[in-house]
Design a protein around this ligand. Sequence first.
Ligand SMILES: [Zn+2]
Length: 200
Amino acid sequence: MSNKFKKAIEYFSKLQGIGPRQASRIVFALLNWPASEIKAFARAIDELESGITFCEECFNLSEQTRCQICMSAQREREKICVVEKIVDLQTIEKTGLYRGLYHVLGGAINPVEGVLPANLRINELVNRVKTLQVNGNGLVPEVILATNPNTYGETTALYLTEVLTPLSIKITRLARGLSSGSFLEYTDATTLQNAFKNRR
Ligand SMILES: [Zn+2]
């Protein structure tokens, strides 16, 4: 196998959920593309690094300092839905049910893998809530904990509840009914909508 081929497989294997066999299948498929398409694909990847940054408010993907959700006048600004990853935010957005803002933590507490509270954007969340309390026109902020319904997500939700409780805000967690041990990103829209409606 050529080194070029091996290198490409190595990169695709780094993606979550893609094993070496799938990676080599992807590389084989790419080799069937016209050269111009492969070049365009390479350019798109190259541009990812230069064109996209993170929203300084919620850490969603953004091409400006604040993302479209944070800039929108249509969103309920007193609600902050806390998710582990950007993909979770996108999953919730697709349901079209939620009209508040988000906060992307950057993962879940997982000491085995070296992810401690200090590695997540928890201070940033606390600061946002405090700012809301000052500038929120008297509305009580609501933080909706939408971390994954698995061990790490639950641990993170508990930790956040402890950190946020002294601030006297409304703290809710997505309802049970999300199958435990799973991930938001694989949850279907109807289940997710119900989990939002029945949050407490
Ligand atoms: Zn944002």
